[in-house]
Design a protein around this ligand. Structure first.
Ligand SMILES: Nc1ncnc2c1ncn2[C@@H]1O[C@H](COP(=O)(O)OP(=O)(O)OP(=O)(O)O)[C@@H](O)[C@H]1O
Length: 721
């Protein structure tokens, strides 16, 4: 599989027939660029004046056109195509609707029409023939999945290498040639091992077969991916949304898509991936964003861990269900409706039957409240008919709006305000006891009751868990609208009640659930995916596992994996595709030298290329910031993304999840462990911190290392330097 080097003095766009293969590919790139410009020009010159009846239509259409123009931009630093497939099983490449007429084969491969260039977007020429096909099209799939064992109709797979936007190399695999040995692709390896700086990038050129299977799972299927650090879960989730938007654009444009991440800095880190894939309309939010937006409350308070654990427990769903319905009473009086000279009387026992039936039907509280007056009116109408009248629908509506019926509804099925309801539940011991009878213990009740109840909903210091309770109550009253697809990243940290909050946002849609049980650091962290999926309302979802690590070098992942038996026994250790010898340094220093040694390690890291994350226990962050300032080393504030000018950022251990840096300096592991309420959570936090490095990790410690990391604890030695 030769990788072809470029001729640095290659001429611009010479005659097609006489060119060497690389020149021909460059010519195709140039022609594709021209075609893309023409596509953009066509859209820009659309005149919509004659096709729109009014200014609202014109406005909508113009917005669509602007978005299309934006999507057709030719970005200089993102290659228009990165691969090529020449099909031999002609003319039916899998899933392709194209049935090309086979022209004569040119000298290097398949007939032009059986050849597909794979890129980020579709480009066609003036005749509408494809010059580049979208990576998500069915015809592109073998680029990711075909192998010698299963060539999927492909004779030749070509990968392109670029340097600064210039096409400089290509590499071929002849999948149907039995004599060509299967070799690892050097271009693929180079791309995967390219150091990562700044925010997360897309991986369209190098999606791996096991990842591609998850990316292209059908829109109706929910998938759950368990994966060790750096196995590409986040990347896979984002590419899956892009894939689904391509394959089901209309349906998802109507229903909407959403990516959920754990916090702002994580969302900032991933926010450019989907736009780079041409998808600008995907919302990215935290669970807290969703529930505060839906309920209108602001989170200003915190819970102690025990209160938060109980509030996040799935049993609270039943407590809330009872609370919402607690105001429903059985009618004691008949309902008497006066119309003209006649009085119609529905006796109490019949009203009770109606109320019971509505309670049992399992419809939303609010929907039942709206149905109740109609039911009572129906009972009145039945009486009218029996006495010879012929009332129509308008009469039924009028009766439903009658003052006596309204008064009845108000009395037996009172309106519920979810915010006030939860306020009462957390302030009123008697009410909480009534609603949680047989569900919560007295201690549990005490743990969640406010010691000083707020005066009203405005002065209440709602916690994040309270907002989820209110969201659940709101859904019991009125159904939360469902989106078409939700990606839930770092799912392992969600409480059962948070899973339910996410689940009700995709009841009629599907979800991609991504996480790692070993990285769960909340008191309620997920212990089993089966349980989590049942809280989400998708108990039948398939659970896939990814174990091939793309981020962390072998030496570093082996070191971090020593913690696995203590934090998640039974989970597979990640392998690493990246072999950076000398990537791990462990330095023991005296207590008084600690800050200085950390500063030195940062200085050394700054001598190399790429981003640097100084990860430390949250409590150590101010001291380290001061030490860096004193040493005159500029650094970014916690949670800020690095860029080419500001490459060093200070990362509190609690914010490190999901992020990555070229070099990581890890301050005092024992302090990271001690920063958590229990040892297992502490070691999990440490595992997260140890697995953020792409090229190198330097651990600096004064206190003894946690036991599993000590030299010889597994017979090996973290190369002390
Ligand atoms: N097929 C691939 N080709 C190139 N890079 C890849 C591939 N898969 C993953 N990566 C890269 O590996 C790194 C880790 O990926 P990602 O953040 O998605 O992993 P993760 O499983 O979500 O990790 P964590 O559990 O730590 O959050 C990223 O830089 C990502 O771009």
């Amino acid at each position: 599989m030769p990788a072809h080097a470029p001729d640095p003095h290659a001429p611009g766009m010479p005659d097609h027939g006489t060119l060497d293969p690389l020149e021909r590919e460059r010519a195709h790139l140039a022609a594709s660029r021209t075609a893309l410009r023409a596509m953009r020009h066509d859209v820009e010159s659309l005149d919509i004046r004659n096709v729109t009846a009014n200014w609202v239509n014109a406005e909508v259409l113009q917005r669509q056109i602007d978005a299309r123009i934006e999507a057709l931009a030719d970005l200089a630093d993102t290659p228009l195509f990165f691969g090529r497939l020449d099909y031999t099983d002609f003319p039916s490449p899998p899933g392709s609707s194209a049935a090309p007429d086979a022209p004569a084969a040119p000298e290097d491969g398949a007939p032009e029409a059986a050849r597909y260039y794979i890129g980020r977007r579709h480009v066609h020429d003036a005749d509408g023939d494809p010059m580049v096909v979208d990576w998500r099209a069915p015809v592109s799939q073998p680029f990711y999945r075909a192998s010698k064992k299963d060539p999927q109709g492909v004779g030749l797979r070509r990968r392109f290498g670029y340097t600064g936007g210039e096409l400089t190399a290509y590499e071929d695999e002849r999948l149907s040639d039995p004599d060509e040995a299967e070799k690892a692709s050097a271009l693929l390896k180079r791309e995967i091992e390219r150091p990562r700086v700044g925010p997360m990038r897309d991986i369209v050129a190098t999606i791996q077969p096991e990842q591609d299977e998850i990316v292209r799972t059908g829109v109706d299927g929910t998938v759950c991916v368990q994966g060790a650090p750096g196995t590409g879960k986040t990347a896979v989730g984002l590419h899956r949304v892009a894939y689904l938007l391509y394959a089901h654009r209309e349906r998802l444009a109507r229903t909407g898509t959403l990516v959920i991440g754990p916090n702002r800095s994580f969302l900032r880190y991933i926010e450019q991936v989907l736009p780079a894939l041409g998808e600008l309309a995907v919302r990215q939010a935290t669970v807290e964003d969703l529930v505060t937006e839906a309920t209108g409350v602001e989170v200003r308070g915190t819970d102690d861990p025990e209160a938060a654990r109980i509030k996040g427990d799935a049993r609270m769903a039943e407590v809330l269900r009872r609370a919402v319905r607690s105001g429903v009473t059985m009618p004691a009086e008949p309902c008497v409706v006066v119309r003209g000279s006649r009085r119609w009387r529905v006796p109490a026992y019949e009203l009770e039957e109606i109320v019971r039936e509505l309670l049992e039907r399992g419809i939303r509280y609010g929907a039942a409240r709206e149905a109740l007056p109609q039911r009572v009116a129906h009972a009145v109408l039945t009486r009218m008919e029996r006495s010879g009248e012929a009332p129509d629908d308008r009469v039924q509506d009028a009766v439903a709006r009658n003052a006596a019926v309204k008064a009845l509804v108000k009395a037996v099925w009172p309106e519920v305000d979810p915010v006030r309801l939860v306020l009462r539940l957390l302030s009123d011991d008697g009410f909480l006891a009534e609603c949680s009878e047989g569900i919560l213990t007295e201690e549990e009740r005490k743990a969640i009751l406010w010691t000083k109840p707020p005066r009203g909903v405005r002065s209440a210091k709602w916690s994040a868990a309270d907002a989820v309770l209110i969201d659940e109550a709101a859904d019991l009253v009125r159904r939360t609208p469902s989106l078409g697809h939700v990606v839930l990243d770092e799912a392992q940290d969600l409480s059962p009640m948070q899973y339910r909050a996410v689940g009700r946002r995709c009841t009629t849609g599907s979800a991609t659930v991504l996480g790692d049980l070993a990285q769960g650091t909340t008191p309620w962290a997920t212990a089993s995916w089966a349980e989590a999926l049942s809280h989400l309302g998708k108990p039948d979802a398939a659970v896939e596992e990814l174990t091939r690590g793309f981020r962390v070098p072998r030496e570093v992942i082996a070191y971090a994996s020593r913690l696995l038996p203590h934090i998640a026994p039974g989970l597979s250790e990640a392998t690493s595709i990246r072999d950076a010898a000398g990537s791990l340094r462990v330095r023991a220093v005296a207590v008084e030298e600690l800050d200085g040694a950390v500063v030195d390690a940062c200085r050394e890291a700054l001598e190399r290329e790429g981003s640097i994350g100084l990860i430390a226990a949250d409590a150590r962050v101010p001291a380290l910031a001061a030490a860096l300032d004193a040493a005159g080393i500029p650094h970014l504030d916690p949670g800020t993304e690095t860029d080419a000018d500001a490459r060093l950022t200070l990362v509190p251990a609690t914010l490190a999840k999901g992020l990555e840096y070229d070099h990581v300096v890890l301050d005092e592991p024992a302090a990271v462990v001690d920063g958590e309420p229990d040892e297992r959570t502490g070691l999990r936090r440490l595992y997260v911190s140890l697995t953020r490095a792409v090229s190198g990790l330097t651990v600096v410690h004064a206190a003894p290392l946690p036991e599993p990391l000590r030299d010889g604890s597994d017979g090996s030695n973290g190369s002390n330097a």
